[in-house]
Design a protein. Sequence first.
Length: 94
Amino acid sequence: MEIVSLDSLASRIAPGSLVAIPPDYSGVSLAATRALVARGVHDLRVLCVPTSGIQIDILIGAGLVAELEAARSEEHTSELQSRFGISYAVFCLK
């Protein structure tokens, strides 16, 4: 069995790819999220299974998400509005 580095795995995700993201309580990989942001992988189609939290906020905030499908976004207990909510509001205004 080949051991593959995180950077190598992230490099396999091309612009426009469909990626599935789990909810925060499922042990999300922020290191993988950071690798995608560092590579600037844009136009991602994201499927949240069934929800997402900080990962989708980071990807939207970095301008990498073209499409998003989710049951809902987990809101965090901070005073800052999530990028998910902001992007949805902008989408509705268009």
